[in-house]
Unconditional design. Structure first.
Length: 188
């Protein structure tokens, strides 16, 4: 059974990645940085059976399908001339996404990359090869829920507590969403 297939990103998708980095992560490209942060990007295609049917996801993280992922390159990869980070994008689905969705996915992955700075001087740190040092930024929210735990423990469960917290910030994630029925008025 053939495994996953990888293609280096080129053409308009590469331009979209570069444009997204320039617009939302331009600090990584500033001339004051010893070298701009280079992100190598690949399309990943899920494994196929002998008939060519997809048998698994292109990308999975902790057992869950993902649209894309990114990691910081190892020092030896950087010394060998590879990028500072490597990003993989789901090649099986990328053509189905609207341009705005694609840009948001790329922005999400690039947001994981942070320039490492000295805590005292705020100077950008360099690695042993003289390249900009990066660190991974974790998600602002990480949700892992089990419906049955929420059902068994209700408000005592982390699931319900996280859902409640999300409901309190729903306007950021669901602008215009109103949980009240249309015939009920909001209290002043």
């Amino acid at each position: 059974m053939p495994g996953k297939r990888f293609d280096k990103v080129t053409g308009s998708l590469l331009e979209t990645i570069q444009r997204t980095q320039q617009i939302y992560h331009s600090r990584m490209l500033e001339p004051t940085i010893a070298m701009s942060v280079a992100v190598e990007s690949f399309l990943v295609y899920g494994p196929r059976n002998k008939d060519g049917d997809q048998t698994g996801p292109a990308i999975s993280i902790q057992g869950r399908d993902a649209y894309a992922c990114i990691r910081i390159s190892k020092l030896e990869e950087r010394v060998a001339g590879r990028g500072d980070a490597i990003m993989w994008i789901d090649g099986d689905n990328v053509r189905q996404w609207e341009e705005e969705t694609l840009v948001a996915i790329i922005d999400h992955e690039l947001t994981h990359l942070e320039l490492a700075t000295d805590p005292k001087t705020e100077q950008i740190q360099l690695d042993d090869s003289g390249r900009v040092k990066l660190k991974m930024r974790q998600h602002d929210f990480q949700v892992g829920w089990f419906d049955e735990v929420a059902e068994r423990h209700a408000a005592a469960s982390i699931e319900v507590q996280q859902a409640t917290a999300l409901a309190n910030v729903r306007q950021m994630y669901f602008p215009g969403f109103d949980v009240l029925p249309k015939n009920r008025k909001r209290r002043a």
